[in-house]
Design a protein around this ligand. Structure first.
Ligand code: ADP
Ligand code: MG
Length: 700
């Protein structure tokens, strides 16, 4: 149970003083998750990414153009918009002894302007100074203050990431309210270490970030961010190590086989394994055969052939006399794995079944029984597999696909359905080595970098949205020639409904040209409808499948040769790469059309350029890291990856190393978190929500 000391931090943000229902909703959108509202802790850890320096107070003539200044001016004259229409701006002429400055207000409330800027009085105005027609102007000053107001103005104002409709001052107020709720916390870092780094306490560091004294205070390499980044990394490393310790305590069992079953499956394959597949299988078989408990991550780009590797691992375990399970994060993926596995398993005389949340009661009962009495060798499914009533006669291998989409708990839960179960995790998100270490800690790593032979390169083009008609015309020709097309619609900022609307509109548009050959699939569809839409596309009843990003992972329709991605500039590089991987799976020549709405900034340009240049997921991941920081590499928020809120792996690599060492030391000395410091570290794990790992202490 979470210590009650932390309760104020986990109360919802809308319960904070000064946060009304409207702001509460906006905060939920910005910082909440599907099933829970934004909380005080989310506000606290949503640290400002930059600041505005209000200490810059030059004379008007010296104010730099294009910079924020705080200027002391005398109000000379109000110039309301010309009577008719009243659409023009309201101007206020002001001056000091060096020059003049026009304040500009659009659609402003005149009563208010006249009140805050009385003619003849002196006021401080703070905002962006621009040059317009040769005159200095400030459009909508951020602040208009008298001397008393100026005295109360924070010298350096934090700038927060926001969402549409949430205003900076409202956000700052909410953050301040959350900070006021922060309880006095004991120190969990080692005193000597703290002295050596010259860091301040967790609370003091947070305080400084929300009330910066200097713009530099917010820099990721400065000590306030560093302290918090280290805390976050340490909590993550501790959690990883606890999982690892738990795995080692429950030591493994040598699962030995002659490889006869695997050989039968290989004989049934219409292709040879790639070199990388062979080495991955060898690494896995070595783990399985040893006494050690396997905890291995198989990473390989979309289409690199992970499923076959998993199946061969399963065959090894089945021959050793035990059962195997493969869990995927979505229904579609589970079905697809099953479609690949079932015929091959059948050819080798193995019994396999599919289990998802949508099975009929009778089906489910039959599968449960067959698992419990050992009649099934392989079960493929969704998280339906980890429900309480699922029991195996003798589970020996748990394969977890797209493992970063599951929580620590779900991941472990499948392995706990048997004794000494070996675990093979898979991910299609290629992760650079430095990150793999941070995210997967001590997992062993097998990598499929080589693509199966015969893969066509995908002709990738970026097209301005102004030329969308040409794209549609091109699709018409391609469809006539037998092509099948994915059309992916963009993520619309923060809202699933508008996401959906965009896809529906696009489908309707395309139906004007292509009639009922256009299908639609999106995240809010019922499972059965989703399957039906996928099936229609897969069998060719529809030729164009309009989709939101639900098709991101794993979907396999080899006949699809064209991928159109609308508003490509809104997607992360890794995501674009994954989407593109949906085509080029068959023998047909494939292409990917990235439709963008210009003008593109430098980063967006660089991203599209990289995609055109290469199809190597690892190279793309590395470039992505370079361009954007680690968040995007794993699509942190979207895919529920264990993203970091504060730590940046591109800048905090040293802290990561230090955190690993510290975690190791801590667990050597006090593996149960029983000492006084251990108790304090528990708080840390709760604060960064790695506390699921603490449950392992009791369970283990
Ligand atoms: P991943 O899960 O890594 O995205 P899959 O396992 O779904 O990839 O494999 C993609 C496709 O490639 C499948 O149709 C599979 O049968 C095929 N495939 C796998 N390995 C090879 C190989 N060595 N040679 C040719 N095709 C392969
Ligand atoms: Mg796969």
């Amino acid at each position: 149970m979470r210590p009650s000391l932390l309760d104020p931090l986990f109360a919802s943000a809308s319960a904070l003083p000064g946060v009304g229902p409207k702001t509460g909703k906006l905060l939920d959108r910005l910082l909440g998750e599907a099933e829970r509202p934004a909380r005080a802790i989310d506000l606290l850890l949503h640290i400002p990414f930059s600041s505005i320096d209000r200490r810059n107070r030059p004379k008007v003539a010296q104010a730099a153009i294009g910079a924020v200044s705080t200027l002391k001016v005398r109000v000379v004259e109000h110039r309301p918009p010309r009577a008719k229409g009243r659409n023009g701006p309201w101007r206020v002429l002001t001056e000091d002894e060096t020059g003049d400055l026009t304040l500009v207000f659009f659609r402003a409330n005149s009563g208010w302007i006249e009140k805050v800027l009385p003619v003849g009085e002196t006021r401080w105005v703070s905002g962006l100074v621009e040059l317009y027609d040769g005159f200095r102007q400030m459009v909508h000053p951020d602040r208009i203050l008298d001397e008393a107001g100026l005295a109360a103005l924070p010298p350096v104002e934090p700038v927060y990431g926001l969402t549409e409709g949430l205003f900076p001052r409202v956000m700052a107020k909410a953050a301040a309210a959350a900070l006021a709720r922060l309880p006095q916390l004991p120190e969990w870092l080692d005193a000597k270490f703290l002295r050596a780094t010259d860091w301040e306490s967790f609370g003091a560091s947070l305080g400084r970030l929300h009330y910066p004294q200097m713009p530099r205070d917010l820099a990721p390499e400065e000590k306030f961010v560093a302290r918090l980044a280290f805390d976050e990394l340490l909590s993550h490393q501790l959690a990883l190590r606890l999982v690892r310790l738990k795995m080692q305590v429950l030591h493994g069992r040598a699962q030995k086989s002659e490889g006869a079953l695997a050989a039968r499956i290989r004989a049934a394959l219409p292709f040879d394994l790639t070199g990388d597949q062979k080495s991955a299988v060898a690494e896995i078989v070595a783990d399985l055969s040893s006494e050690k408990r396997m905890l291995r991550l198989l990473q390989g780009d979309v289409g690199s052939g992970k499923t076959v590797v998993a199946l061969l691992a399963m065959a090894h375990v089945i021959e050793a006399g035990r059962q195997t399970a493969l869990m995927a994060p979505t229904e579609i993926l589970a079905r697809q794995h099953f479609a690949t596995i079932a015929p091959l398993a059948g050819a080798a005389g193995l019994r396999a079944a599919l289990m998802t949340g949508r099975d009929k009661a009778a089906e489910r009962r039959a599968t449960l029984e067959a698992l419990a009495n050992g009649a099934l060798d392989i079960v493929v499914g969704t998280h339906a597999l980890v429900q309480d009533d699922v029991a195996f006669a003798r589970l020996g291998l748990a394969v977890i696909d797209e493992q970063h989409r599951f929580g620590v708990h779900q991941r472990l839960a499948l392995g706990e359905k048997g004794e000494a179960v070996d675990v093979l995790a898979m991910t299609a998100t290629p992760i650079p080595r430095t990150l793999a270490l941070a995210f997967f800690g001590d997992m062993d790593l097998s990598t499929l970098r080589e693509k199966p032979p015969g893969r066509q390169t995908i002709d990738t083009r970026a097209v301005n949205v102004e030329r969308i008609d040409e794209v549609v015309a091109g699709l018409g020709r391609a469809i006539k020639a037998g092509a099948r097309v994915y059309w992916v619609c963009p993520l619309v900022e923060g809202s699933e409904e508008s996401d959906l609307a965009a896809a529906q509109d696009r489908a309707e548009d395309l139906r004007k040209f292509f009639g009922d050959r256009v299908g639609l699939v999106h995240g809010q569809m019922k499972g059965r409808d989703k399957d039906a839409a996928m099936d229609d596309f897969s069998c060719g009843a529809t030729k164009i499948l309009v989709a939101t990003t639900v098709i991101e992972v794993g979907v396999n329709v080899p006949e699809a040769t064209i991928m159109v991605i609308e508003h490509a500039e809104r997607f992360g590089l890794a995501q674009l790469h994954q989407l593109r991987g949906r085509v080029g799976r068959g023998t047909g020549k494939s292409s990917c059309i990235l439709i963008y709405a210009g003008p593109l900034n430098e980063t967006a340009k660089a991203r599209l350029e990289i995609l055109r240049e290469t199809e190597d997921g690892f190279r793309i991941a590395e470039e992505d890291l370079r361009l954007r920081g680690e968040g995007e590499v794993l699509g942190a928020r979207q895919s529920g990856a264990p993203g970091f809120k504060i730590a940046r792996l591109d800048l905090h690599a040293d802290l990561l190393r230090a955190a690993r060492e510290e975690a190791e030391k801590i667990l050597e000395v006090d593996p149960e978190f029983l000492s006084e410091r251990g108790q304090n570290l528990r708080l840390l794990l709760y604060i960064f929500e790695r506390d699921q790992a603490l449950k392992l202490l009791r369970a283990g």
